[in-house]
Design a protein around this ligand. Sequence first.
Ligand SMILES: Nc1ncnc2c1ncn2[C@@H]1O[C@H](COP(=O)(O)OP(=O)(O)OP(=O)(O)O)[C@@H](O)[C@H]1O
Ligand SMILES: [Mg+2]
Length: 341
Amino acid sequence: MNKETILEELKKVNYPGLDKSIIDLKVVEEISEEDGKFSIILSMQNDEAYRILAERLYDLFHGNVDVQRKAITQKKSINYGHTANPNNRAPYAKRVIAVTSGKGGVGKSTVSVNLSVALAQKGFKVGLLDADVYGPNVPRMIQVADEKLRWNDNDKIIPSENFGIKIMSVGLTTPSSDTPLVWRSSVAVSALIQFLEDVDWGELDFLVIDMPPGTGDIQLTMAQELPITAGVIVTTPQPVALDDVSRAIMMFKDIKVPIGGLVENMSFFIAPDTQKRYDIFGKGGGETIAKRYEIPFLGQIPLDMQIREYSDAGTPPVAMGDQLQKGYYKNIADNLLKQIL
Ligand SMILES: Nc1ncnc2c1ncn2[C@@H]1O[C@H](COP(=O)(O)OP(=O)(O)OP(=O)(O)O)[C@@H](O)[C@H]1O
Ligand SMILES: [Mg+2]
């Protein structure tokens, strides 16, 4: 037995519950040898899947190979622990980022789209799941709204792609973008689980989830079904929005989802004609809340007519905007990476 023969054997071993091998899914971190003893180090988040796999490998190599698990370390500042026992419906994603807010219309979808594109611009493989089943805005914001669902030979849904990221949304399943969905929340939840399991995402460095507004069933289910690496919370600076954001922060803390940080959107307005700054929704609210709950402040984005225009046109400002507009989102992506890498 040598490292190569072990590798060949491992190529035939599938991840528990999936038809993809642990080598394809990059679960095997290292195969090493010391004094004629071999060990395999697995990088896995899911406890149950690890236990099954470790047993399978022990049997496969008749107990002659030592199987170990790489500790997944997290920075202390955001480590509130994980949900009691999260399932992992997305083992193909190395990290899951959930973008939420307590309140609607504060810019979750815009932040999700531009954060995803910013991560892709850095060379990461990124998938964006639009979990807002009742108001799926992502397809329009990234110009895939006219695409229809396609399946590959393995009966998996092929995600849409644009600006370097893969995208899946309920909006791609309806005949037109204004078709209303009248689903009970249990149906909505199962649709999202199907998007996690039956979409051919490939391997992802990041799965970014654009959450619906509020703190309801969908948020809870996502936290239970996925090991969320970091929640990103979006708010606007005014006090009413901040009350709602407090609820979202408390919910994440309760269900033990680590918080990657807070984004303050529509922070201020610079009049294009006079360059005068107006703090339309007040000043400093986001930073105050971040301090109060001891969560990182990831950055500000001003209220900017062009950001709205770019988003409506399906051309994300982080890709098509000017240096300043690109900078807001790149800065947020950099600050988030500092928290989670
Ligand atoms: N910084 C900004 N400047 C100008 N317009 C913005 C900015 N951020 C978002 N918008 C616009 O505000 C509107 C709401 O943004 P978005 O859809 O991202 O919010 P949301 O929180 O996802 O809303 P919902 O709760 O409905 O899902 C959109 O038209 C968007 O283009
Ligand atoms: Mg939205």
